[in-house]
Design a protein around this ligand. Structure first.
Ligand SMILES: NC(=O)c1ccc[n+]([C@@H]2O[C@H](COP(=O)([O-])OP(=O)(O)OC[C@H]3O[C@@H](n4cnc5c(N)ncnc54)[C@H](OP(=O)(O)O)[C@@H]3O)[C@@H](O)[C@H]2O)c1
Length: 236
């Protein structure tokens, strides 16, 4: 069984997940990259390799439960030791009651249920090793229900609740769980979702990785339940 420090990052093909993967690889983690787009994952893996790091990639649609579970079983069998999970993959569809129930469910499937399945499969590994760090990438929309984004907010409030329950449940097993709740981050999601801010006015994706690196630098018994991150212009 391989005993390298391993980090799993979902949504690692771009944006926040890509930045976290590159950063964690620089910190010496073997990064397991998950997202749908194999080509983009290969590009991330290539950058990691060029910087002297190591990674493996799994092109998987996290909303396909069987595919996801079978992929996680392969990962657990091969790697055994999983120190970090960045539960990051997500999607944004604007609208509250205007969207179809199908679009509502799609958001819940990815932003909440996929994260739940990852946790269900990976927490037992962390419990057995009596250590682990889980970062659930929530959103400011998991703290505040902004107008015209009720479906997204519902999924993120759900993820925040799941994260907070596990924060309490897993403390005694040596597992730290933190919900990271950023306002607009300068990624493709922000431009597609219609952020009113210029790129340099938003939180930079590297800052989400730096927050994770800071949390990982704390003493093993220190716990931070959630971190809300805002950019000067997005405070409202
Ligand atoms: N950007 C913001 O303003 C902001 C603010 C607060 C919170 N967040 C949260 O931060 C997280 C990352 O967002 P981002 O800004 O980096 O967005 P992004 O650039 O759109 O990246 C989203 C990532 O999720 C992956 N993904 C989407 N659907 C997937 C699926 N069905 N299966 C597997 N992977 C899937 C995408 O990869 P593939 O397309 O290759 O599958 C991509 O790697 C999300 O949870 C988002 O809600 C973002």
């Amino acid at each position: 069984m391989n005993q390298t420090k391993t980090a799993i990052i979902t949504g690692a093909s771009q944006g926040i997940g890509k930045n976290c993967a590159l950063g964690l690889a620089r910190m010496g983690y073997h990064c397991i990259l998950m997202a749908r787009n194999q080509e983009k994952l290969e590009e991330v893996a290539e950058i990691i390799k060029q910087n002297g790091g190591e990674s493996s990639l799994f092109a998987v649609d996290l909303t396909q439960e069987e595919e996801l579970v079978s992929c996680l079983q392969t990962i657990k069998k091969y790697y055994g030791n999983i120190q970090v999970l960045v539960n990051n993959a997500g999607m944004y569809t604007g609208g509250t009651l205007q969207i179809t129930s199908h679009a509502f469910r799609q958001q819940l499937e990815l932003n909440l249920t996929a994260g739940f399945i990852l946790l269900q499969e990976l927490v037992p590994v962390m419990k057995a090793q009596k250590s682990g760090s889980i970062f659930n990438i929530v959103s400011r929309s998991g703290k505040v229900g902004f107008a015209q984004s009720g479906a997204y907010s519902a999924s993120k409030f759900g993820l925040l609740g799941l994260s907070e329950s596990l924060y309490r449940e897993l403390a005694e097993y040596g597992i730290a769980v933190t919900a990271i709740c950023p306002a607009w981050v300068a990624t493709e999601m922000a431009s597609v979702a219609g952020s009113p801010h210029q790129n340099d006015e938003m939180i930079q994706p590297e800052d989400i990785f730096k927050t994770i690196a800071y949390l990982l630098s704390l003493a093993p018994n220190t716990r931070i339940k959630e971190i809300v991150i805002e950019a000067r212009k997005s405070i409202r």
